[in-house]
Design a protein around this ligand. Sequence first.
Ligand SMILES: [Zn+2]
Length: 309
Amino acid sequence: MIVTNPLDLMKAAQKGGYAIGAFNVNNMEISQAIVAAHAAKQAPLILQISSGARKYANTKMLVDIIKSLADQYPQVPIIVHQDHGADFDICKSAIEAGFNSVMIDASHEEFDGNVRITKEVVDYAHGKGVIVEAELGKLGGIEEHVSVDEKDARLTDPEEAVEFIKQTGADTLACAIGTSHGAYKFSSDGKVDVDRVKKLTEVLPDTPLVMHGSSSVPQEYVEIVNKYGGDLSGARGVDESTISEAVKYGVSKVNIDTDLRLVMTAIIRQVLTEDPKQFDPRKYLGPARDEIQRMVEHKIDVLNSAGKI
Ligand SMILES: [Zn+2]
């Protein structure tokens, strides 16, 4: 079921010491696997769609897939979220397409510019019953068209965050807490700055925090990719135990995209290499879908969101 009260879901997670997994969707198989996993584990869910995914698959197509899955699994509360909305128009078009949550990412702007752009989206979205995630601070790494050099990455300052939420009215806050986007989180030590999470929660007790760049890049899948002709040497993600700890101290939404891509690619490579005569897409997309479901069920345990519906 696509929920009408997304903020209640976020606040329940914040107060309950668990995080809702926010998984990126691009196509039918990935969407099916994620929703089936959440039904099996009885966990609330955020399905998020990036601007790149909207271009790739068509916005209505993805929303219709989600609506269909929401009908098929009415017990799973689902938030439909625009990931990294770059400007007002992208957020507005997402809301018109049926999203009930948007992220406006103006974190590349100076503080005042970030406030101005975010507030414009908040005013519009709240009038439509839609919640807004904003970002303060800068994560390192690459996500679609956004690339931030390690030296430009900047962790979120708690005092600035209080002022930012006060001025914008944003519902949730994406904060830079030591993670970075992508599969190559090289210079990170794989740990989240949990002390910063604690401090942010202390000063913003009513604002659920969001962690981006939270894929753990499981080495078992990196090994499968590399074994079957790929080359992802050096790919490394965030330690899952440190994610669980951050969740305990106030992170209520955890974004996962890279791990989905990794599992899908690993299984497709394996099937096609082991069975070179295979050319039925269902024979490699099907096993990939099954494995994504298994991986997502594991993530639900990491986020402590099983049984929370
Ligand atoms: Zn992100």
